[in-house]
Each structure stands twice: as structure tokens, then as C-alpha cells.
Design a binder for this molecule. Structure first.
Ligand SMILES: [Zn+2]
Length: 296
């Protein structure tokens, strides 16, 4: 394509050469400007998503309402797998789960806090996508799941360990961890896009994506420990000895090699380390006297 030269003639450099240099330079400048724009927009819109958690009162970066979380959870629940055909076991999961929620609501009610979520507890068949998956997880808004493979490894003569698993998952819902993750996911995507534009190569975009992944892992760990804290508290509110959660950690430790799941295995810190943490939080929240007479 030939165009009439708009640049003044330079005796040292041919006009096409000079133009090439200039357009290269302005191309880089434009890219940096664009990247800075995307980064600023991403950070500002992330900062504007600050909300107070309805239960803990803590400020969080969440860009959906509680009702949207509930809707999202209800919509996604059928995709989590087939319900178990073991009716008695499903009923037991439902009973222990609602017992925990009732105890939690009594406790929060005494503090003048109303919990807004709609909890439902599901035992999942271990076929299809959940084949051999030793796992439990929660969707935003209160849909809680445990797979038969994890359920079968827990003691059946006492309810405490099952209560520990479900209490931990209730904790993820109360702390709005999924919603927080989705919000930080869009922050990371925005920043990764900005980095990709500035670097101008696919490689730097991939590198930025990996950084986003790493940040997610560390969020995961903090969130897991927060949920263990809730697990301990809710168990005690419902009259279970919180050390039953340590039994769950032993079960997970034994099941760890070779198995993987989206929640309990991949994102959870090593069960042995968590046991120490759980002992520590039991000591922080409760005295020995508080724990006398609790059931296993
Ligand atoms: Zn968890």
C-alpha cells in the first residue's frame, strides 16, 4: 500500500524507515496505555465490589448478592452428580446437616444475626463424574454435597465426623468463599489480560494466568482454615465434640494417595497440618469445661 509521505524529508534516514520506527514506538506506547487502562479499570471495579459479610460483618470483595448466590447454587446443584440411591444414608446426611444449621441459627439468633442461606445436604452416588471421588463441597448459597466414597469412610456408629465434614462446608457458604473466588477470578482475568496486552505475546499472557492460579491456591488455603474454624464452632453449638473433625483428617490422610477431588483433596492443606490447626482453634474458642459432655 503506498501513501503520500506526510513526514518532512530527513536527509539522514529515508522517510519509510523513519515511519516504521515511529509506528513501532507508538504501537508499544499504545499497548502500554491500553494495558494500564485495563489494569486500572479492573482494580477500580474490583475495589467497588466491597460488601460486608452478613454473618461475620467482615468486608469482602464479592460482586453478587446473597439471593444471586442462592440462585446460582440451586441452578448448578443438578450438575454435581447423581443423588445416592441409599435412602437411609441420604436421610442421615440431611438430618445431621439440618441439625447443624438449626444449632447455628440458634447461636446467631442470640447475637441478633439472621442467616440468609437456604441449606440443603446431598449425598452423591459414586458413579459418573464422582467415580471414586472422596470429596465434599459446597456451592454458593447453601447447597452442600458429600460423595458416597467419603461418606463410606466415615464412622457410621457416631455422627460427629459426618457433622465435621458438613460443618466445614457450611463454613464455606457462610464465608461466601465461592463468590469471593469468582470475584477474585475476574480480577485476575482482568490483570492477566492487561499483562498480556502489555507483553504483546501469548507467552506472557500464559505466565500471568499461572500467577493467577498461584494466588488462587493461597486463597484456597486461607479459606480452608476459615472453614475448619466454622466446622469446630458449629459442631460445638450442635453438641458434638469438635475433635471428631480430627477423625475426618485421619480419613482424608488415609485416602489421599492417588485420589483427587475439586474440594477436599486438591485445595485443602495437608490433613496432618490441618489437625494441628484444628487443635489450636478448639483451644482458642473453647475451654475444656465447654467440651465436657459433648457427644462423638
Ligand atoms: Zn473446604
Amino acid at each position: 500500500m503506498s501513501q503520500p509521505y506526510s513526514q518532512p524529508y530527513s536527509p539522514y534516514r529515508s522517510a519509510p524507515q523513519q515511519r516504521r520506527r515511529q509506528s513501532l514506538f507508538s504501537g508499544i506506547k499504545l499497548r502500554l496505555l491500553l494495558a494500564a487502562g485495563i489494569a486500572v479499570f479492573t482494580l477500580v471495579s474490583y475495589a467497588m465490589k466491597r460488601q460486608a459479610n452478613p454473618i461475620t460483618g467482615e468486608a469482602q470483595q464479592v460482586d453478587m448478592s446473597v439471593n444471586e448466590e442462592i440462585m446460582l447454587g440451586l441452578q448448578s446443584a443438578p450438575q454435581m452428580g447423581q443423588p445416592s440411591r441409599n435412602f437411609a444414608a441420604s436421610q442421615r446426611v440431611d438430618r445431621v446437616g439440618h441439625e447443624l444449621v438449626a444449632a447455628l441459627e440458634r447461636q446467631l439468633g442470640a447475637q441478633g444475626i439472621e442467616q440468609p442461606y437456604r441449606f440443603e445436604f446431598h449425598l452423591l452416588d459414586n458413579t459418573g463424574q464422582n467415580r471414586d471421588s472422596v470429596n465434599a463441597f459446597a456451592l454458593p448459597g447453601g447447597q452442600v454435597f458429600i460423595t458416597e466414597a467419603l461418606y463410606r469412610r466415615l464412622p457410621t456408629d457416631i455422627d460427629g465426623p459426618l457433622a465435621g465434614v458438613l460443618g466445614h462446608e457450611i463454613g464455606h457458604v457462610l464465608e461466601r468463599h465461592s463468590a469471593e473466588r469468582m470475584t477474585s477470578g475476574s480480577l485476575m482475568q482482568g490483570l492477566a489480560r492487561a499483562a498480556g496486552v502489555a507483553g504483546g505475546t501469548r507467552g506472557s499472557q500464559q505466565a500471568a494466568g499461572m500467577v493467577a492460579g498461584l494466588v488462587h491456591k493461597s486463597y484456597g488455603r486461607k479459606q480452608e482454615l476459615e472453614s475448619d474454624g466454622w466446622g469446630v464452632k458449629i459442631m460445638v453449638y450442635a453438641g458434638y465434640h469438635p475433635e471428631a473433625l480430627l477423625t475426618v483428617m485421619d480419613v482424608l490422610e488415609a485416602a489421599s494417595p492417588g485420589s483427587s477431588g475439586p474440594e477436599f483433596m486438591s485445595t485443602h492443606p495437608r490433613p496432618a497440618n490441618r489437625s494441628d490447626y484444628i487443635r489450636q482453634i478448639i483451644g482458642e474458642y473453647f475451654t475444656d469445661g465447654d467440651l465436657i459432655g459433648l457427644r462423638d
